[in-house]
Every structure is written in structure tokens, then in C-alpha cells.
Design a protein around this ligand. Structure first.
Ligand SMILES: N[C@@H]1[C@@H](O)[C@H](O)[C@@H](COP(=O)(O)O)O[C@@H]1O
Length: 288
């Protein structure tokens, strides 16, 4: 796992936006071989979306051959509700880029049969050959997508009851009316996220600091589902200084020192990719 620390949320968005741009361009997606990208909602990814939109407008990036899968959606909230994740994604991102709407996949929290909806979502991901890069955010309780504490670390897309803390945290989007926040959601599972070839997680703000320290300084634990990332071969967490508030000084120093040589290692990986050698055959040490 790599941890990248930037000064503030805007710098985090700049880093991740440019990183995703680079990954998509290196992949060189085509209609036959699209880049499959997993995406989150929430306030944390908004700076990243802004950077991606800018890069599309500057002609440096295109989503024409990108297929997206969103992490989650509330159950029972009308699709056109201002706080549905459908509305959020089109308002904050999709309507500003060149992605064909047919290539956008978001769970339908109003499906007649929610279990079939979840199973067919998994099947669709599989049909595309899996997710290349899953971008995620976390809740204050360390949940990734809506995988609340106690979620199975091998869970798949399913219906999930929200934790009361999450309902309280999300009430800010519903005029602080706790009763208006949906109690259930459809979410990809921790296993679904772990199956992606690469996972990038954005963690900003002091209120996420405890979750970050639990996830990276302690063991893999279902009470902090982000910690499952420790089992992933290619995971990157990008945080701002505020989110490091609960980390040990030596943890911060360690990851900052790792970053110093990261560019050099990445340059070597790039050279091997250019020769057509896949990442798992690079014999120069792993990037995690
Ligand atoms: N289901 C979403 C998560 O996927 C998201 O990571 C979290 C954080 O939101 P924010 O970035 O606004 O703190 O909100 C919700 O709980």
C-alpha cells in the first residue's frame, strides 16, 4: 500500500485527477477494450472530479472509451432526487465530460427486485473483465462504499443497512433532517473493491483521521473496512495533512520517504510497460 500526503483537499484532487488521467491514457482504451473505472460519491472526490473535467476540457483526457461503475446508491430515493447518487454523479461529473451515458453504470435503488439488481451489477462488472481502477472514499467510521463496520471483508454487491453514525453524517445533505436520510443502500462489497486491479482512495479532513490510522496502522479488521486494502496488491491512499492527525509521526515520515523514490520506480515501470511487459512481470520490486 502507498500513502501519499498532500497539503490540502485541492492538492489531493490534483494528484488523483492527474494520476487517473495518466492511467487511462497509458491504457489507451478502445471501444473493444474500454477502461473500466469504479467511482464514488461524497464531498471528498469533488476536487478530483473538477481536475478530471478540466483535463477533458483541455483535450488531455477523454472518457469516450471509459466505462464506469459507481460504488453505491440509496434504496428508495427517487432517481431524480437532488441527493440521489445518480443526480450527484451527473451534476458533479458526467454531464461535464464526454462519456456516453450508456457507459455509466449506477445501482438502481428503486429496482423491483434489489437482490437481482445487485447480482446483475456484479455480472456486468465481470462481463467487462473486472474493474481496472476503483476510486473510493471513506466514511468517518472507515467504511468504503457503504460497507459499514462488521461487513464481511469478502462481501459482494448487496443491500446494506446504514449505521446510525452514517445516517447522522449524511443528514447534512438532507437539510439536517435525520428522518429524511434513507436507512438502506445498495453497495459494492469489500470483495468487489478488492477484485479491482488497482484501488485509489481519497481521505481528507480531520474527521477521517481516526479511520485512516485504524486502517493503515492496525491490522485488517471488519470494524474498519478500509483496512481490507492491506490485502490488495496495488492500493494507493491519498490524504491531506488534516487526515494524518491520528497517525504516528514515524508513519508519516515513512510514507513521505517512500514517496521520494516513488517517481524513480514509476519511471522504471513505465519503461517496462512501454515494452509491452505487464505489471505483474516487472522484476523491479512491487509498487505497493
Ligand atoms: N457511501 C458514501 C461513501 O462512499 C463516501 O465515501 C462517504 C464519504 O463522504 P464524504 O466524502 O462527503 O465525507 O459518504 C457516503 O457514506
Amino acid at each position: 500500500m502507498r500513502l501519499i500526503i498532500r497539503d490540502d483537499a485541492a492538492a489531493v484532487g490534483e494528484y488523483i485527477g492527474n494520476y487517473i488521467c495518466k492511467r487511462i491514457n497509458e491504457f489507451a482504451p478502445t471501444p473493444e477494450k474500454p477502461f473500466v473505472l469504479g467511482l464514488p460519491t461524497g464531498s471528498s472526490p469533488i476536487p478530483t472530479y473538477k481536475v478530471l473535467i478540466r483535463l477533458v476540457k483541455e483535450g488531455k483526457l477523454s472518457f469516450k472509451n471509459v466505462v464506469t461503475f459507481n460504488m453505491d446508491e440509496y434504496v428508495g430515493l427517487p432517481r431524480d432526487h437532488p441527493e440521489s447518487y445518480h443526480t450527484f454523479m451527473f451534476r458533479e461529473f458526467f454531464s461535464h465530460i464526454d462519456i456516453p451515458p450508456t457507459q455509466v453504470n449506477i445501482l438502481n435503488g428503486n429496482a423491483q427486485d434489489l437482490i437481482t439488481e445487485c447480482n446483475s451489477y456484479e455480472a456486468r462488472i465481470k462481463k467487462y473483465g473486472g474493474i481496472e481502477l476503483f476510486l473510493g472514499g471513506i466514511g468517518e467510521d472507515g467504511h468504503i462504499a457503504f460497507n459499514e463496520p462488521g461487513s464481511s471483508l469478502s462481501s459482494r454487491t448487496r443491500i446494506k443497512t446504514l449505521a446510525y453514525d452514517t445516517i447522522l453524517a449524511n443528514a447534512r445533505f438532507f437539510n439536517n433532517d435525520i428522518s429524511a436520510v434513507p436507512r438502506m443502500a445498495l453497495t459494492v462489497g469489500v470483495g468487489t473493491v478488492l477484485d479491482s486491479r488497482e484501488v485509489v482512495v481519497v481521505v481528507t479532513g480531520q474527521r477521517k483521521a481516526l479511520a485512516l490510522s485504524k486502517a493503515i496502522e492496525e491490522g485488517v479488521n471488519h470494524l474498519w473496512t478500509l483496512s481490507a486494502l492491506q490485502l490488495h496488491k496495488w492500493a494507493l491512499i491519498v490524504v491531506d495533512e488534516d487526515a494524518t492527525a491520528e497517525l504516528h509521526v514515524k508513519t508519516v515520515k515513512y510514507f513521505k520517504s517512500i514517496e521520494r523514490v516513488q517517481d524513480e520506480v514509476e519511471a522504471m515501470h513505465e519503461a517496462l510497460r512501454a515494452k509491452g511487459i505487464p505489471d505483474n512481470e516487472h522484476n523491479i520490486g512491487s509498487m505497493d
